[in-house]
Design a protein around this ligand. Structure first.
Ligand code: PEP
Length: 251
């Protein structure tokens, strides 16, 4: 199995002092834990402060979004070069809130993912079905479509830096976690699809995170699944104790 990867998505939360305190608190709690890759994804404006707070620790930093152009007249957008400048290693692309609240399409997400890889960031491609799609037995078709379109044009070599996060939309921020079996079924489907699109070796090495109301109490059960390689954590990543407990459980 690939090295587990736990990432915290802070979304539009924290303030300057809180972001720095959360990051340094986590760095203290996790000192010496090397068997899990850990990243935090703060809001853009706190990236610099968080980079300072985690300097020298094993915690890496990610951004929550990226724009696909390098520079120019794109008011409000942030480029890959800018994210690298403030020490980001990862970037989340295609989060369900960007798909469903902000209207991002698979084509835009693919351009962002490609720009991230080309520019030297490691993208976390989020995919997941809406509740009505699950109830209509469309989960596999929806998720497979998002994976295929998100990864369009990505070469086998480039897949080395890609993480896929399966996040059923109905489980994000709702307190309703997918059952361990529901998560495993979709993760296994994604891995089979990666084997078809690439090969067994790439499918085996690509980390597939689960996201959706993951918390200390369900971490062990979710992570016990053979195809769950990590977690993308929203709410529970905003509390040092909860997030650190999840990482220690996995470690
Ligand atoms: C997320 O934001 O990606 C997420 C999974 O949120 P939560 O853990 O709060 O459901």
């Amino acid at each position: 199995m690939a090295k587990p990867f736990i990432a915290g998505n802070w979304k539009m939360n924290t303030d300057a002092a809180g972001a720095a305190a959360l990051a340094s608190g986590l760095a203290n709690e996790l000192a010496g834990i090397g068997s899990v890759d850990v990243a935090v994804c703060p809001p853009f404006v706190y990236l610099q402060a968080v980079a300072t707070a985690i300097a020298g620790s094993q915690i890496k930093m990610g951004a929550q979004d990226i724009y696909f152009e390098d520079k120019g007249a794109f008011t409000g957008e942030i480029s890959c070069g800018m994210l690298k400048d403030v020490c980001c290693s990862y970037v989340i692309v295609g989060h369900s809130e960007r798909r469903h609240v902000l209207g991002e399409t698979d084509e835009l997400i693919n351009r962002k993912l490609t720009a991230a890889i080309t520019g030297g960031l490691q993208p976390i491609l989020c995919v997941g079905e809406l509740l009505e799609q699950r109830e209509a037995a469309q989960t596999d078709a929806v998720v497979a479509g998002q994976v295929k379109k998100g990864l369009a044009g990505v070469t086998p070599e480039q897949m080395q830096v890609v993480t896929v996060a399966y996040e059923p939309v109905w489980a994000i921020g709702t307190g309703k976690t997918a059952t361990s079996q529901q998560a495993q079924e979709v993760h296994a489907m994604i891995r089979r699809l990666l084997a078809e699109l690439y090969d067994e070796s790439i499918a085996g090495k690509t980390r597939i995170q689960y996201g959706g109301s993951a918390k200390p109490a369900n971490t062990a059960e979710l992570m016990a699944n053979p195809d769950v390689d990590g977690l993308l954590v929203g709410g529970a990543s905003l509390k040092v104790a909860d997030f650190a407990t999840m990482i220690k459980t996995v470690a």
